[in-house]
Design a protein around this ligand. Sequence first.
Ligand code: 9WO
Length: 252
Amino acid sequence: MTKQYDVITLFPEMFDAIADSGITRRALDEKAWALKCWNPRDFTSDKHRTVDDRPFGGGPGMVMKAEPLNAAIDAGIQRQKNDGVDKPKVVYLTPQAKPITDEGIRQLCEESGLIFLCGRYEGIDERLIQSRVDIEISIGDYVLSGGELAAMVLIDAMVRLLPGVLNTADSATEDSFSPTRGGLLDHPHYTRPEVWNGLEVPQELMSGNHAGIAKWRKRVAMERTLSRRPDLLEAALKNAVLDQSDLKILSA
Ligand code: 9WO
């Protein structure tokens, strides 16, 4: 059924990027998933709608206050309850977690509902994280200006895995060959015209010989994997995605 995603963010407009374009938009129209953003500013009660404050102990920058975030999370949980999700997990996007992999995306995808907590400034009051966050996730070892882009990366990666969102035949092939699942890097792609900028399409692809094309694609995928990600080629051998006879194609 429809996956329910709520996002706690000071910049809800950023999520138009996944709601209004591409595969994620189509999947939203088809009700594969639902999205609701909550702005912690709407859960303040002072005249200035304050969401941040100076850090105890001093130092530069600002820290997000716990209470507006707490109330916004409650609103998200209430909405999910109304839409049939009992206890959605709260996910905090932070560079201070172990970077997520394809396997982690697939696990996260099993949850019927999630609440993404996006921080800004220098971070969030630790007591809010301690009290309300179930899972901390990083998308890589670099610092962004906030958690929003990381939340969108996760949502995009999950939504394309939902049933009926991608062409199922394609995704099945990709699954066994995905570099993140012990497979190989993709082969290169070509389309018309046959000569562009003085560059020709490899003749093997123009032959119409399907077995020959498959063989060529496998060979160049292996060559690319060897030169760009030798670690993956080793994993592919270990996972029996490749065997010793495949390696002979490389030396030929
Ligand atoms: C800001 C900062 C400023 C000076 C010195 C250290 C600092 N650390 C941070 C910081 O980590 N800010 C974060 C901004 C607070 C939480 C939300 N932000 C965030 C999330 N940046 N990058 C991410 C993120 C999330 C998931 N995967 C990779 C990066």
